[in-house]
Design a protein around this ligand. Sequence first.
Ligand code: GLC
Length: 610
Amino acid sequence: MDFKEKMNYQKEKLEKDYFSLYPGRKDALNRLYTLMRKHHSNRSDALKTRDQSGSDWLNAPNTIGVMLYVDLFSSNLNKLKSHSDYFKELGVTLIHLMPILKPRSGENDGGYAVQDYRSIDTRIGTMEDFMALVKHYHNNGIRICIDYVVNHTANDHEWATKALSGEEKYQNYYYMFDSDAIPRQFEATLLEVFPKVAPGNFTYLEELEKWVMTTFYPFQWDLNFRNPEVFYEMVDNLLYLTDIGVDMIRLDAIPYIWKTIGTDCRNLPEVHVLLSLFRKIIEICAPSTTLLGEAIVEPDAIVKYFGAEERLECHSLYNASYMVEIWNSIATRDSRHIAWMKDYEIPFGSVWINYARCHDDIGWGLDAERLKRMGFDPNAHKSFLIDFYLGSLEDSFSTGELYEFNPMTMDARNSGTLASLAGLEKAIKFSDDYLLELALKRIRLINALFLLRKGIPMIYSGDEIGQLNNTSYLEDGYKKNDSRWLHRVEFDWEKIGETQPSESVHLQVLKSMKQLIDTRRNYSGDAFIANETVLMQSNTHLLVIHQISEKNESILLIFNFSEDRQWLYSNELKRYGVGGVWKEIIQGKIIDLDKKRIVLGPYEFFVMKI
Ligand code: GLC
């Protein structure tokens, strides 16, 4: 389909959505159409060729991602170019560059306070460097994802500066009020995202004697998507980024992009309309680009950001619920947390992004009803997890910090790198070989849990070499109150350098990660994992998953969540029709499921094919 055909195909639905948000604004819609035509005609031939296969690449069986901060990984964009072999060797095909657009100077929430959507953070390079990098990685078969912060701009963005200088037009780009009367009405039902470091949702601007909505930090001003001009400008910026050749746009903090008094201003129906509009516009103008939504909300609300077959929203979403369940099962050694997770149906072609760690904290957004059914008290259990990953419980192997601790409610989230949370830091500190062995096995198990499941695995850079927490952020005035910097660590190339002995802990973690990636790439041939079923059995330390590939091949995954030996009673799998002789493909063992008991060692897992 060419541009015109796609436009005609989507037009009716697009207009329905558009007018539901901006009734009667035919003039604004016509301007939007002109803008879309302009972008499409500016799009390079090379990108138009890529567009022909649309977003199919997203569902390629071997798509494996890494997310990284350019400055921490390689200092700058040019040096990042020289690391393409590292990613190729690891088997990575998608790189998410954490915020690279020009942030405000000074404190900027790790780049999530953008001053200019059309230039690059000067610390890491220029727009030309970025374009060259995209080209270089494309030539190497690797796709690029970047962040697009849609909920807010920095308070020194051009629009904010104009608003501050009194221009009403730009004041209307934000939720700005003359008195605190309306903010107080909003606050009555709003929650707080950063209750400790940035309490409240509005900031008083002395110079204007006005209030502006700031859901996150006071220097991040919420954009007012009720204003069609804002929608227009943000589409313009979005298409500007897609025209550079970016393959995936991570839409930051999407649940918040529409606000209504009397609600908690999260997940409102209009947010879904906005996303469905973005999706249609992308499909018309830049169909090889995909949208990754960041919606860290309750499980039932996250999945809605895929939209529905007839009204699609994001192509991919972070599987935050699974991430939390992984850490939950690791702490409790109880596989039921994952086994009992709801199995959501998602629209065809959409895909979950599976991960264990990212640049943010772990918030314990568990399904309270399910916990109760399992016999847990949800509040007590949350406190247990918070303390466990802080490392303050006697039997905890973890080293972490609290994030956004609230002494009134005792609520908190947790920070820390994968390796530190999984016990490596403690094992090294106490020079304890037994603890070290368990920590390495635990890390491997966690990696397997997100690398081998259906969806796109996303590795948080540094975790592939088992990097530990770094407390140097405490000496930085801008960072010291935000413990997420504990796990935003400079990539330590020396740890995997040639001078390191091959048995070094970090090389072992890397080797193990690489082996898992290879397993993922090889075991289902070139077929996508089409279906997954959890096979229930009585040992609550074990998780059994039956995967069927597109080519109808069976793969059986068995994970042991405990540091003790465990038995699987194979009779219990018979009722699923699963039995016979299988081959464990990593260790090369033959496993006969017709035998009564299958033994798994501490944190051991099997990847089996028939
Ligand atoms: C997203 C980012 C987080 C940031 C917030 C505000 O949740 O992942 O790091 O603080 O948005 O932009």
